[in-house]
Design a binder for this molecule. Structure first.
Ligand SMILES: [Fe+2]
Length: 193
């Protein structure tokens, strides 16, 4: 499945960056294709840029607690850049990262309400690399299922070429997160994990 590269990915930021991808940039054929498997695609869609020359997106997860929430990712860029998964050695070393999410509150309801704290701010976990053990590393250059409830990061060794990823949260019909194990089952013929 080829996804049209969103026009908002034509910029080249000079550092790692996460952007909210507006509905107009979503390839509706891809959305229909994903939803033909009986899952919902969240309105909260992110674009993640990893700069070249050993650029990184630091270790984090995408949900309020460690979980098995799943995204499907489409990536443009060098086929040497990787996603890495990590296990924290001691959970007390996890840090809560709160970000202002006002810009997605219109899109979010009722999607993934469990990402937000009582003040409607987006909450996720981060962790310093020295407190983690790398569990897995993979080049993500095809549509891929990603367990984003667990700690992960990106790394791009390419000298000059940046990497953009487009990530769709996969949801059950009741807007709860599709669990990674179920996603692997549902998409086993067509996506990589
Ligand atoms: Fe992430």
């Amino acid at each position: 499945m080829e996804h049209l590269k969103p026009a908002c990915f034509n910029e080249t930021p000079n550092q790692a960056k996460v952007i909210f991808v507006e509905a107009q940039y979503i390839d509706q054929n891809i959305k229909k294709w994903i939803e033909s498997f009986g899952v919902k695609v969240s309105n909260v869609t992110e674009g993640i840029y990893t700069p070249p020359a050993d650029g990184k997106v630091n270790i984090h997860n995408d949900t309020k607690t460690l979980s098995n929430a799943t995204k499907i990712n489409f990536t443009w860029g060098p086929n040497t850049s990787v996603t890495r998964w990590w296990r924290v050695k001691d959970k007390s070393m996890l840090q809560v990262d709160i970000t202002d999410s006002t810009h997605i509150m219109n899109a979010v309801n009722p999607d993934i309400a469990d990402h937000f704290d009582n003040n409607n701010l987006h909450s996720e976990l981060t962790c310093a690399e020295q407190h983690c053990v790398m569990m897995h590393e993979a080049v993500i250059d095809k549509p891929s299922l990603i367990n984003v409830g667990q700690l992960h990061s990106t790394y791009n060794p390419h000298k000059t070429e940046g990497r953009w990823s487009l990530c769709y949260f996969l949801l059950n019909q009741d807007y709860t997160h599709l669990q990674f194990e179920n996603a692997v089952n549902i998409f086993k013929e067509v996506a990589y994990e």
